[in-house]
Write a protein that binds this ligand. Sequence first.
Ligand SMILES: Cc1cc2nc3c(=O)[nH]c(=O)nc-3n(C[C@H](O)[C@H](O)[C@H](O)COP(=O)(O)OP(=O)(O)OC[C@H]3O[C@@H](n4cnc5c(N)ncnc54)[C@H](O)[C@@H]3O)c2cc1C
Length: 439
Amino acid sequence: MDADAPAGARSGPGDGRKKLLVVGAGISGLAGAWWAREAGHDVEVLEAAEVPGGRVACVEHEGDRVPVGAQYYHRCYRDVTDLLTELGFGDRFQRVGHGQRMVHAEDLFDARRATDLRRLLSVGGKLSALYFGMRYLGPGKRFPSHELRADVPAMDDRLLSDAVAHLDRTFGDTVVRPTCRGLAQAEPELVSLLHYVRLANMQTRTFSIPGGTYSLAEALADRLPVEYGARVATLLEERGRVVGARLEDGSERRADHVLLALPGQAAARVVPGALGELKANLESSRHGAAIVPVFFLDRAVQGGFANYLDTDPDRPFAVGLDHAGSTPSGRSAVALFGWGRAAEPLVEASDDTVLALAMEQLGRFLPDFNPNWVVHASVKRHPFGAPRFPVGQYRRNWELQQLAERQPGLSLTDARGAHQEASVRRARWAVRNELGHAR
Ligand SMILES: Cc1cc2nc3c(=O)[nH]c(=O)nc-3n(C[C@H](O)[C@H](O)[C@H](O)COP(=O)(O)OP(=O)(O)OC[C@H]3O[C@@H](n4cnc5c(N)ncnc54)[C@H](O)[C@@H]3O)c2cc1C
C-alpha cells in the first residue's frame, strides 16, 4: 500500500494488491470490478438500484426476455467481446439485425433492398448520399468510435443539420434525420457532425447472446460482491486524493482507488466541490431521457429479428425492434424507443399514455397489427439515456478524460461515447493503468 493510500483500505503489504471501490453496477462498473479481481485485487461494488445492469436492462414475460436498454453488440467491439468470451458466452453469439424496415409516408420499405431505396431517394438524394459518404464518412473513419484521441474541431464545431442543409432533401429526410434519431437519440439540429460520423462508422454487424445483453450483466453480477440499494452521496477526498465514498445512509467505504462508473450527469452529483474542474466539466454534460414501451405478442409477426425506423420526425418512437428471432417461444416481442424532441412530452406522462401512443405507432410497423395480439406490455424509463453531443462536446470530453487521468485515486468510465464498448474500455484502461497486476 503506498504512503498516500487511505486508512481502512485492505491492501496486502508490498504485494501490489489494492482495493478498488466501484460506484455503479452498470456494465462498465461490473467490467472494471471483474478485471480488477482477475488481476488479483480486492473489489467492492456499490449499486443504488436493486438490480445490476443500469442501462443494460431487460423485461421478461413467460420466459421471453426483451432488452429494454442496450439492444445488441457490434462486431467492432473489442473489450466487450473479450468480456463475453471470458464469461463463457464466446460460442453462443447470435446474429441479429438482418431485417431493416423503414416507415416513410405511411409506406413500409425494406432498407436493405436497392429497389426500395430507389423509391425513397430522388436522383439528387442518391448523389447527396454519395457526396456525404466521400466527404465525411470516409475521412471520419480515422476517428475511433469508442475512444477519444484528440480534438477534431473541423467536425466537432459543426452541426449535422448545417452539414446537410445544402444537400438534397430526400437524403436529409429519409436517411440523415431518421438514422440520427436512431443512432444518437436526438435530432440533427442538436448533434455535431463528428458524433454522427463516429456512430455511423461503428455500424458493423450486430450480435447478441441468449437472453440478450442483460445476460452478461447478470453473469458478472453473480460472480462479484455487489451491494444493492447502496447509493453513494459523495466521494471522499483528502488532500486532493479520492479515498473512498460516503453512502446516503451515512456509512463510508475506503479504498486505494475508486472507479466511478456512472453517466456524466449522475457522476457530477457525487464528485465533491473540492475537485472543481472535474465537477464543472461533468456538470456541463447532458443526457436525454429514453422511454421504452415493450409489447409481448401472441404470435410471430414478420419472422426473425426486425428493426423498424420511422422517418416521421413528429412520431415519439424513432425505432422499433422485434425480437421474435431470439425469444425461446418464437413469438414477437417488440420494444419501441422514444427519445428526442417528439418524445419529450412523454417523460412525465403515465405508463398508460405511453403505451396507448406506442400501440398506435406499432400499427405503422406491423401493417395488420391487431391490439388483441398483445398479451403483456410494460414501460422502461432511462432518466439518463444517451449522452448529448452538441457542437464542442467532443472537446469537452477530451478535456474531461485528461482531467480524470490526472486525478489521484479516481477513474471515470463515462466516456460519453454512446455505447457499451466506450465505457467498458475506460474501465479496462483504469484497471490496467491505475491498478496494474497484483504480484
Ligand atoms: C435505450 C438505449 C438503447 C441502447 N442501445 C445500445 C446498444 O444497442 N448497444 C450498445 O452497445 N449500447 C447501447 N446503449 C448504450 C449502453 O446502454 C450504455 O452505453 C451502457 O449501458 C452504459 O453503461 P455504464 O456502466 O457506463 O452506465 P449505466 O448503465 O448507466 O450504469 C450506471 C449504474 O450506476 C448506478 N448508479 C447511479 N447513481 C448511483 C449512485 N449515486 N450510487 C451508486 N450507484 C449509482 C445506476 O443505477 C446504474 O446501475 C443504449 C442505451 C439506451 C438508453
